[in-house]
Design a protein around this ligand. Structure first.
Ligand SMILES: NC(=O)c1ccc[n+]([C@@H]2O[C@H](COP(=O)([O-])OP(=O)(O)OC[C@H]3O[C@@H](n4cnc5c(N)ncnc54)[C@H](OP(=O)(O)O)[C@@H]3O)[C@@H](O)[C@H]2O)c1
Length: 214
């Protein structure tokens, strides 16, 4: 596939590198340093190159959105017309100092993104969600041989693309359902990240979910 990376930092840089090495054509874009983009592309090897967001978006089969929430409008503007494009987003709706979600509970970053680009097809992926959060995930984890990553979206074809990209980085893709499920996955992604950063100094956590709803 031809993959455009919008935001080539920790997430975009690493994922794009793995996909380039898996044989995809990758265009890295959006950094404050052009030389940094060139270096990421050089180090990724394969069919990788640096470009502008609009070059990354042009003819892309899929775009990875991996910028801080505060940069979303800017990078979308620079990318140009995204009609019909598959956008796989890992961008969490974080506040400026990354301490909290600015959208949660009744909506999600992924859903707000889909409203910003209504003609594109948004899939939310590459967040970390513990296996017990969703029953479908729990069930699929029983049979899993590799760690899983949850993705969600409303368009079946775009979800297939996201699942392939998840497999390429060595995880089992688990379909979490429609895009609105991001309301549940995004807070967990943040929780897991915060716990990871706190390491052994952080709290010991135990949790148990009973089955809700149907
Ligand atoms: N890191 C994780 O473990 C993780 C996990 C799940 C989700 N996420 C989410 O993924 C998204 C990306 O996270 P990340 O850790 O990859 O962030 P990051 O390393 O800071 O990467 C962000 C990218 O955006 C670029 N950028 C920032 N401001 C810019 C500007 N004014 N003009 C042009 N480019 C600019 C950065 O450029 P520079 O190269 O100049 O820095 C960098 O390439 C975030 O929404 C985060 O919440 C992250």
């Amino acid at each position: 596939m031809r993959i455009g990376i919008l935001g080539s930092g920790l997430m975009g840089g690493k994922l794009g590198t793995v996909w380039a090495r898996a044989g995809h054509e990758v265009v890295f874009s959006y950094s404050r340093g052009k030389e940094k983009l060139n270096k990421v592309a050089r180090d990724a090897r394969g069919k990788a190159r640096a470009g502008t967001p609009s070059e990354a978006a042009k003819d892309a089969d899929v775009l990875l959105l991996a910028v801080h929430w505060s940069r979303i409008d800017d990078v979308l503007k620079q990318a140009g017309d995204l009609s019909g494009r598959v956008i796989v987003s890992c961008s969490l709706p974080m506040n400026a100092d990354d301490t909290d979600l600015v959208i949660a509970h009744t909506s999600s970053g992924a859903e707000e993104l889909a409203k910003k680009v209504p003609t594109a097809r948004v899939v939310s992926a590459f967040g970390t969600v513990p296996s017990e959060v969703l029953f479908d995930v729990f069930e699929s984890r029983r049979k899993a041989t590799r760690p899983s990553l949850v993705y969600c979206g409303d368009d079946p074809k775009s979800k297939k693309v996201a699942a392939e990209l998840i497999r390429d980085v060595g995880f089992d893709p688990v379909d979490g359902g429609p895009l609105r499920i991001a309301r549940y996955t995004e807070p967990f992604t943040l929780l897991i990240a915060q716990l990871a950063y706190e390491g052994k100094g952080g709290p010991r956590l135990a949790y148990r979910f009973e089955r809700f709803g149907e």
